[in-house]
Design a protein around this ligand. Structure first.
Ligand code: ATP
Length: 234
């Protein structure tokens, strides 16, 4: 579904991604885990066209995305729920969700809205409320719902659990599984390696801009190096 090959990204003189390659198969949840500053968000920003890679290739169902503008990438089905949610605080929940569908011209937007509100009943209850008045967990749901309104072939989730209380983290991961079970392919970036690997078919570990390990989620969860570095084992 999504194939990334040898991606190099720079911020000025800083070489942030040093040849990242990864594959996401249709129907899977794939996670990219790593420490602060390893290059996780940079990878997602490059996929969304927010950063231009120096070299490398990004293909969605065989089509090259690397030189496309962000809105063209959304239209092709790569939709990003960014780190820190980035909801429009002064717009209502409904208006934020509608923003997620701004590139769509089809007639099924309304039906998708109903489906998303069924997945996130808390958003339905708060549909007319300004997004800035939502709790952190609710804003996370809104950012995910907004990305789903673009009807993604691959949903990109950047740190959905960041800063949330443990019960809300569990709820967000339950929803991630549900969205995937309904057929959406997901690339999930996380610092919460335990939850992410447990939810993922496949995982990649990134360290200072390079992929250092790739395996099934379960195998990485039991890998001693991963346990030591990311799961707090001695
Ligand atoms: P975090 O979870 O802290 O966001 P991350 O794995 O997502 O970590 P990135 O944000 O992708 O990491 O950062 C990768 C590297 O690029 C880091 O060394 C970071 O300092 C650098 N970097 C990120 N954004 C910028 C920027 N706008 N300008 C310069 N350097 C940046």
């Amino acid at each position: 579904m999504l194939e990334i090959q040898d991606l190099h990204v720079y911020y000025g003189a800083i070489h942030a991604l040093k040849g990242v390659s990864l594959t996401v198969e249709a129907g899977q949840v794939v996670t990219l885990i790593g420490a602060n500053g390893a290059g996780k968000s940079t990878t997602l920003r490059a996929l969304s066209g927010l950063l231009r890679p120096r070299t490398g290739s990004i293909k969605l169902e065989g089509e090259e995305l690397t030189r496309l503008q962000p809105e063209q990438i959304v239209r092709r089905g790569l939709c990003h729920s960014p780190e820190g949610r980035r909801v429009f605080a002064n717009l209502t929940v409904l208006e934020n969700l509608e923003m997620g569908a701004y590139t769509r011209r089809d007639r099924e937007v309304k039906a998708d809205l109903e489906k998303i509100l069924a997945t996130f009943p808390r958003l339905k209850e708060r549909i007319s409320q300004p997004a800035g008045t939502l709790s952190g967990g609710e804003q996370q749901m809104l950012a995910m719902g907004r990305a789903l309104m673009g009807r993604p072939r691959v949903l990109l989730l950047d740190e959905p659990s960041l800063g949330l209380a443990p019960f809300m983290v569990k709820e967000i991961f339950r929803i991630i599984r549900e969205i995937n079970a309904e057929g959406t392919t997901i690339l999930l970036v996380e610092q919460n390696a335990h939850m992410a690997l447990a939810a993922a078919h496949r995982g990649y570990v990134i360290e200072t801009g390079k992929i250092v390990l790739a395996d099934t989620g379960q195998a990485l969860l039991h890998n001693p190096e991963v346990r030591k570095a990311y799961l707090g084992d001695d």
